[in-house]
Write a protein that binds this ligand. Sequence first.
Ligand SMILES: Cc1cc2nc3c(=O)[nH]c(=O)nc-3n(C[C@H](O)[C@H](O)[C@H](O)COP(=O)(O)O)c2cc1C
Ligand code: SF4
Length: 662
Amino acid sequence: MTETFAHLCSPLALRHLRLKNRITFGAHTANMSEDGLPGARHLGYYLARARGGCAMIVVEPVPVHATAVLTRGNFRHQSDDIIAPFRRLTDACHQHGTAMIQQLYHVGAHGDAANSWVANWSPSGTASHHDGDGSHAMTEGEIEAVIDGFVQAGRRACRAGFDGVELFAAYNALIDQFWSPLTNRRTDRWGGPLENRLSFAVRIIEGIRRQVGQDFVIGMAISGAEPYPGGLSLADKAEICAWLDQRALVDYFTVGTGSYLNNFEGIVPSFLTEPLLGTKDAAAIKRVVRHARVQAEARIRTPANGEQVIASGGADLVSLVRAQIADPDLANKALAGRAADVRPCINCNQECIGRRLRDYWISCLVNPSVGREFAWAETEVSRSERPQRVLVVGGGPAGMEAARVAAGRGHRVTLIERTEHLGGQLRLAARQPKREEIGEFLAWLERQLTQLQVEIRRDTELSADAIAEGDYDQVVIATGARPAASGFQRALPHVARLPGVELDHVASVEDVLSGSVALGPRVLLVDDEGGWRASGTALYLAERGHRVTVLTPALQVGHHLGHTASLGLLAKALAERDVAVITSAALSAIERETVTILDLLSGRERREPFDAVVLATLPEADAGLAAALGAGGVAATAIGDCIAPRKATMALYEARKLALEL
Ligand SMILES: Cc1cc2nc3c(=O)[nH]c(=O)nc-3n(C[C@H](O)[C@H](O)[C@H](O)COP(=O)(O)O)c2cc1C
Ligand code: SF4
């Protein structure tokens, strides 16, 4: 049955604008500037979402002052040089009927002095939660300078053709540092009673309004309840919004979750959090405002989620950030009754905020075109001039994606898979707790293959000779990787084979998740990778009643997940399931009923009893077929883990890149 989205489709008046539907591509730092200016990468990225049908785009923030610089990809602050290139962006997106808003920010105490090379400024010189530094308590003159920075940035946005600006008062940034008694301890006219604490925001809004006139939207990003001692409550936020609303100062509030103070992982909530996380808080704000529109955000992942929020009356607009990173055409597909064709975001955070936190331009695990639209967008929608017969060997993510893109471009594609299931290692990952969204992505890929009439042959293996005899113009090898039999650990590079690895009670993560082994109650899981392969399997086993201990050479479990804003949530999930952790350790040997653990700090060994050992060690590339074809002189291209075992991101990237080149 076709899903319809009557509420999501309906237009909305926003100050002087009429938004064509209720879907916003909300503010996020894409980190794509070139020399501080928006260039081709940035334009391609936003234009794809404007073409994709969303009603409003909030372009990533411009820092309003030298002390507001946060990333290497930030735009130039306090410079009119940005006006002309932004005008190219707004003109291009306006062609698609998209309202264009620019976010303006200053994160106060939580800036990144490693990028700005100046001390962070804040109302009262409180601690930065970005690093271990302190901040500088602003003087009167400095407060006026930052207000002017906001006002001039508003003027520039207006001259660049934006329809409005969004002031960043979320996550305990500078504006809401003034609001909160926790961070505003001033005794002058900027501190104390609520009206004083709001005066910084009011002066900014009034100053911008004077510059831009009446036909210009001034929105505000806030976060809802701050769930830590001394944080502003939802009632406090409602009081602030109501105060601003009674004076008709703000045209819309977007209500997010999280805070730099003690709740950073709530800002871009991963799959470990509840769906529709910010919706209740948005509804509370909606109840107290009369003039302003209210936008809900955070973990609104699908068009159906968005419809539910708008239909409930809890918000006027919904911001879908990661959902539209994953599929730029989400709005058009949903509004055309094709929601099943929307490529789902899996809320993994690996390549969006994961790349932003490493200070690269952002991309996406399920959509490697993100950040490459300027180079790939045309080819993606074009048909190949030379349709060919393509054989793809291996039905994991790389093979499925290569087959999908090649078929979409008009090639005749056969996909063979040696097991009865498509999906490869991602199919197993989807069985880990809370990771069913991965299964949605695989189901989407499979539906697309069917629609594109890819011939899928399961339970099929072809030898190099059989492939050579086949009548294929192109052969793509995506045979993936398999668990290594050696138990090699990177903490012990001189030990090629872990003693005892061959014993019956030793299994791989893949054995566990595929259900092919029965384990005893006490399980030792060796995490040699620091990612979800180990951590998710620990949760999986714990939920099935095993007493799980994770052993890692690092200082914490999942040490490569820090940039995905999930590490604290993971630690909590492990603790809630009584998973024990042994850090800074490696396995010297496995015996029948014990293991010998090497403490990497002291160099001492000890024995501990376990009934089973599960290895999350480096898999090995399944490169046999590619090598045999090469030896036989048959042209074939390898993609993904059969080149080297890596994250799914690289498999999907190499698959799409290759298929676009066919
Ligand atoms: C890469 C990335 C960067 C972000 N940067 C900002 C930002 O600069 N300003 C902001 O208000 N929110 C920022 N956010 C938060 C988003 O606006 C949004 O609240 C969050 O992603 C949750 O919504 P979603 O589930 O629709 O993705 C960022 C999110 C991502 C993924
Ligand atoms: S990287 Fe993951 S969380 Fe980010 S947009 Fe892509 S699928 Fe969603």
